[in-house]
Design a binder for this molecule. Structure first.
Ligand code: NAD
Length: 241
């Protein structure tokens, strides 16, 4: 029988690579995203809407046992604390943190009943280190690391594992949008900014979404059954500097 995986934000970038890899590995994948996708079983969903997330996951739970949750939907926002309005802060938190809260809370009854489950939170290297101009995003990713740890402790007795994945700079639409915004504001040349970004990485290149998906597949599997409450860095050596 196929294992069942629920992912948020599976229509683009890292999430889309995860959906494809999990399907290749015989999972049935439910993708909760704002934007439609042809990959997996798509459910239109705004993760900031807690009751919508709960309703969709409850519906899936009635038909299936949920083995894996990947809380991946997220947005980037650039700004110092002074450049971050209250509305900006709420928006980043609602998507990046409250979305994870909603999805985790909704899958727990199914996982507890099955005495089994793997929860992955897509955090960032910014859960471990700070980057310039990243007040709200950095804060939200540190919060996800905290959620991985508290969930791991509270649900270990139910054989439910929770881990945070901490990617460095990964070449996805979110990355391109972030450097487009930067170039627009600063007048910098996009090719130069991209090359500079590559040079900042010890491995001299950016990560690819498929590489993050491989780590997530491992962490979701029984091969990782003793790994819980951890922050798993995949950053080409960036945070080792
Ligand atoms: P992306 O923009 O390519 O994909 C994000 C997906 O989330 C999109 O499909 C989007 O529609 C969905 N989404 C956004 N808001 C949503 C909402 N309110 N409800 C439902 N879905 C929503 O981004 P990505 O680079 O693949 O990033 C995925 C995750 O990885 C994010 O949490 C991001 O913070 C994290 N991350 C990315 C990088 C990177 O360099 N790309 C590095 C570290 C962490």
């Amino acid at each position: 029988m196929k294992k069942v995986c629920v992912i948020t934000g599976g229509s683009s970038g890292i999430g889309l690579s995860i959906v494809k890899l999990f399907i290749e590995n015989n999972y049935q994948v439910f993708n909760l995203d704002l934007s439609p996708s042809a990959e997996g079983d798509f459910r239109q969903c705004d993760v900031t809407n807690v009751s919508q997330v709960t309703e969709i996951i409850d519906e899936i739970s009635k038909q299936h046992t949920i083995d894996v949750l990947i809380s991946n939907a997220g947005i980037h926002f650039s700004g110092t604390i002074e450049n971050t309005s209250e509305a900006d802060l709420d928006n980043v938190f609602n998507i990046n943190v409250k979305g994870a809260y909603a999805a985790i809370k909704a899958v727990l009854p199914s996982m507890k009943a099955n005495n089994n489950g793997a929860i992955l939170l897509m955090a960032s290297d910014q859960a471990l280190i700070a980057k310039h101009n990243s007040f709200a995003y950095n804060l939200s990713k540190s919060a996800l690391a905290s959620i991985a740890k508290t969930t791991a402790l509270d649900y270990a007795a139910f054989n439910i594992r929770a881990n945070a994945v901490c990617p460095g700079t990964i070449e996805t639409p979110l990355y391109h949008k972030a450097i487009d915004n930067y170039c627009q504001k600063s007048g910098a040349d996009k090719n130069e900014v991209h090359q500079d970004e590559e040079k900042l990485q010890p491995l001299q290149r950016l990560g690819q979404p498929e590489e993050v998906a491989e780590l997530v597949l491992f962490l979701a599997s029984d091969k990782a059954k003793f790994i819980t409450g951890s922050l798993q860095v995949i950053d080409g050596g960036y945070t080792a500097q």
